[in-house]
Design a protein around this ligand. Structure first.
Ligand SMILES: NC(=O)c1ccc[n+]([C@@H]2O[C@H](COP(=O)([O-])OP(=O)(O)OC[C@H]3O[C@@H](n4cnc5c(N)ncnc54)[C@H](O)[C@@H]3O)[C@@H](O)[C@H]2O)c1
Length: 295
């Protein structure tokens, strides 16, 4: 398969590049920056994806596009820049896919598209665990940009027959976050309370696995539009308390528990339900915070 990976030089992207190359796929990275290390055979096209003409020239000749290029949080750049870069580059990539006849786009969305990841206001979920049917309520530039990307992809699927997959993964523990992760694990092992009710994270290898499986997925015959979104997280949280106890500290009364068996089977299960990815894509998280204890 010929895979074009935007943002392939980034913290998560380089894991996705490595995963696809290791599975024998032909990989092209499209990014503003050259990859610092890439497996042999991976080629590179330099492009600022906010420029439509440049995107049309660079994003072509592929069976599938993985679109990861973005500003990955709203903290280091002004909000309007985060929104503009992320939304315009997602639009340009979709236009390039459409005009250049690329059939599938797998999009790096985020748990923040839900409004419960990076957030300004603590909103109360309608029910838990939060699944792909729960409405999305992002209300800051990054989460909004991620949801707008999904909406564009879903509408391109409906209007132009593109196949779209949106991967809503949680905080990815890449090398960049090593110091923060080590501190979190120290607190967890010491039994100290950890802020927030989510405590979710995911290993970059498990994100890369999801991109690979999404590229290989066959939509059921007759499904229209061919678009699906998936939450992805490690199988347990890094919180010191079980998930329902952590949620109880923030919400009184607790939101409706749609599926009590979910938390009975695994009291530390993430509040974001990843069972659709497991059922539909055959995805399985392979790493938990325990794998990072000696990081
Ligand atoms: N880091 C996380 O925890 C996390 C969680 C959920 C979703 N995501 C999403 O995953 C993706 C990758 O995140 P990351 O943490 O690896 O970010 P990163 O900043 O490490 O990598 C992003 C890459 O995109 C490139 N890029 C940015 N703007 C570009 C443009 N206009 N044209 C061309 N290239 C451009 C950058 O050069 C960089 O190589 C992003 O879409 C992000 O929103 C990240």
């Amino acid at each position: 398969m010929r895979v074009l990976i935007t943002g392939g030089s980034g913290a998560i992207g380089h894991h996705v590049v490595r995963e696809m190359a290791a599975h024998g796929h032909e990989v092209v990275v499209v990014d503003r920056q050259q990859p610092s290390c890439a497996p042999a055979g991976v080629s590179f096209r330099c492009c600022d994806l906010t420029d439509l003409e440049a995107a049309l020239a660079a994003v072509r000749d592929a069976d599938v596009i993985f679109h990861l290029a973005a500003i990955p949080n709203p903290y280091r750049d002004p909000w309007e820049r985060v929104l503009a870069v992320n939304v315009v580059s997602a639009f340009n990539v979709l236009e390039a896919a459409r005009r250049n006849g690329v059939g599938r786009v797998v999009y790096a969305s985020s748990e923040s598209a839900s409004g419960f990841g990076i957030h300004q206001v603590e909103l109360r979920p309608l029910y838990i665990p939060i699944d792909e049917e729960h409405p999305c309520w992002p209300h800051e530039s990054y989460g909004l940009s991620k949801l707008f990307g999904e909406v564009m992809l879903a509408n391109y699927a409906r209007a132009y027959g593109l196949e779209g997959m949106a991967l809503r993964y949680v905080w990815v523990w890449t090398e960049r976050d090593r110091a923060a992760v080590r501190e979190l694990i120290r607190a967890r092992l010491a039994g100290e309370p950890i802020a927030g009710w989510s405590g979710t994270y995911i290993a970059p290898e498990d994100v890369a696995q999801a991109f690979r499986l999404a590229a290989a997925y066959s939509f059921p015959p007759g499904q229209e539009p061919r678009f699906e979104a998936f939450y992805l997280a490690a199988e347990d949280t890094v919180l010191t308390q079980p998930t329902l106890d952590a949620l109880r500290r923030h919400f009184d009364p607790l939101p409706e528990i749609r599926d009590p068996q979910y938390f009975e089977a695994n009291p530390f299960a993430p509040a974001f339900d990843t069972r659709k990815a497991q059922r539909v894509l055959g995805w399985r998280p392979t790493k938990t915070w325990r794998d990072y204890v000696d990081w």
